[in-house]
Design a protein around this ligand. Sequence first.
Ligand code: GLU
Length: 457
Amino acid sequence: MTVTVRFAPSPTGHIHIGNARTALFNWLYALKNKGRFIQRFDDTDLARSKQGYADGILYDLGWLGIFPDAVDYQSRRFGDYDAAVERLKAAGLLYPCYETAEELELKRKVRLSRRLPPVYGREALKLNEAEKADFEGEGRQPHWRFLLPNFRSDPFETERTEIHWNDVVRGEETVDLASLSDPVLVRADGTYLYTLPSVVDDINMGVSHVIRGDDHVTNTGVQIALFRALGAEPPAFGHHNLLTTASGEGLSKRTGALSISGLRESGIEPMAVASLAVLIGTSENVSAVRTMDELAEKFDPASTSKSASKFDPAELGVLNRVLLHAMPFEEARTRLLALGVDGERAEPFWITVRGNLDRLADAGKWWGIVNEGPEPGEMLSAEDREFVREAFDLLPEEPWDRSTWKSWTDQVKEKSGRKGKALFMPLRLALTGLASGPELADLLPLLGREGTLARRP
Ligand code: GLU
């Protein structure tokens, strides 16, 4: 059987690192099993779904390194859902209900006060045709509930009905269908809730593994019953834990918390996001993984914790630096080009500065320092200024290489009697305008004798 997975967000906002976790779990699962990855947009809510958000999600996935084998939209498949509804109705498994939200709330309170579980009591199943016609005469439109198979012959005599599955992430899972209300599949205005379209698509698209957040565990009990009611074998399921902010808050697409686009704009590398999103809350240490294939090697869904994982965005900064500090020139080349870093010195320049970068774009600043002159700012004292001027008079002749810095400063040391910070810091400030930065031994050959002399204060 070909492994087929899908990532199924609603295109109602920008995806955040928690959504990326779901996408990546699916992508890596497909990668490991040579499977297919379907990008499915759950856009049955036509008012809130926007093509712009769907496009943004595809862009974010591509940036992360996820390239779907197929892209589909639920809004193009209403015919399939309507057919499933007819099939369920014909089987007596979908029944019309007329209660308003207030009436349902009252029923719930009454049940609680009688120490009964607060599930829907299936009162609408008792309605005869005349009663239904009366409701419709009042202008009420029915919503439709799926009759859960949690009884033997009398739907008012429910009994414990366990649905089991071996969760790809969590291991053995059980949901008791008698603890649940018959779920509403179709609203009074005819719109679909997520439950049915998802199952119909999973059947029609041949999805073999549904991997999603653990907020869907209860849905899985219902959906497995729905697969069977529609005559299909349920797929395998996996539910990963959710990510929360350091203060324990959930992430939301609507609030834009830690959106992938925001992280990208702030200069975080895609593999920093992917490494954290996949490895946090697993038995693997979170480390900066360079490629998706290496991440797939480390990926083991069964080692994921069952409780929510708090994560600290500052960790992204740490991973980012690790990735940049080891990034080969070839990988950085086109992005450097966009920053104006070009020509013969581009590669040695990159090797020199990468160890000092928080963000790749900061290389642009260093390119400016190398080519145009020191950052304005740090002022030398009169005494240091004099010292630097004299030091520059001792600059050796070219050719220059990595050893030039040492031979030069050895000479300066001897002449001036300065050593340590008193020797190096004024030179660094004169050359770069900054108190810290790449090794001067590497920087000096990039500046060249002429470029260095031009910095003589
Ligand atoms: N649209 C659903 C969600 O974003 C999909 C859940 C699923 O993967 O089945 O929660």
